[in-house]
Write a protein that binds this ligand. Structure first.
Ligand SMILES: [Zn+2]
Ligand SMILES: [Zn+2]
Length: 172
C-alpha cells in the first residue's frame, strides 16, 4: 500500500494492511499474513509513522536446523524524512535525538516497505527454535532436543576436557 503525501489530511491517516512473504523478498514463509496498523501524520516537512506489526514467520534454527515459527509483535514510532545530505543529516540528528529516523522520497509512504523494515530490524541473526536448544550432536548428528546419544561420554574424554580436568585438579 502506497500513500501519497499530499493525500494525508491534517488530522493524519490510519490504515490496516496485510502482506505475504513477498515484502520480505520471499526469504521465508509466512505462517499467517503479516498484519500492520499504521497511523501516518504530517510533522512539519516530515512524516511521523506510528503503529504496530504482528508477524509469524517460518525460520530455520541455527543450532538444530529445524524449522520453527518465530513470532513478532512490536510497536514502532519514527519519522520519515527527506535525505538532505550530510550537513542536513547532522541537524536532523540534533533536533530529533530521541526519535528513530528513516528516509523516503518525500512523495509516497510505502506501508509494505515500512512493514518489511520493521521485520528486518528484529529478525534474529542466529535464529533459535528456543533459547535452550541443544542443537545437533557434533559426533553423530542427531537432534539432541529429540534424542540423546551416547557420544557425550566420549566427548568428555576429548583432549580439551582432559586438559580442563587436570587444570581443575591443579587448583585444588
Ligand atoms: Zn533448535
Ligand atoms: Zn551423538
Amino acid at each position: 500500500m502506497k500513500i501519497k503525501v499530499h493525500d494525508i489530511p491534517q488530522e493524519g491517516l490510519s490504515c490496516h494492511a496485510e502482506y505475504g512473504a513477498e515484502i520480505l523478498q520471499d526469504i521465508t514463509q509466512v505462517q499467517e499474513p503479516i498484519a500492520v496498523n499504521v497511523k501516518i501524520e504530517r510533522a512539519g516537512r516530515d512524516i511521523r509513522v506510528m503503529g504496530d506489526i504482528k508477524a509469524r514467520l517460518l525460520l530455520n534454527c541455527s543450532r538444530c536446523l529445524e524449522d520453527f515459527i518465530w513470532s513478532l509483535a512490536d510497536e514502532f514510532d519514527f519519522l520519515l524524512m527527506l535525505p538532505t545530505g550530510e550537513k542536513g543529516y547532522t541537524e536532523i540528528e540534533l533536533s530529533h535525538e530521541d526519535m528513530d529516523v528513516s528516509f523516503f522520497d518525500g512523495e509516497t509512504v510505502d506501508v509494505a516497505q515500512i512493514a518489511a523494515e520493521q521485520i528486518f530490524l528484529q529478525l534474529p541473526v542466529k535464529p533459535l527454535c528456543h533459547e535452550e536448544c541443544k542443537g545437533l550432536c557434533p559426533h553423530c548428528g542427531v537432534n539432541l532436543n529429540l534424542i540423546s546419544c551416547d557420544c557425550r561420554s566420549e566427548a568428555n574424554s576429548s583432549p580439551f576436557e582432559t586438559l580442563r580436568d587436570i587444570k581443575l585438579k591443579d587448583r585444588s
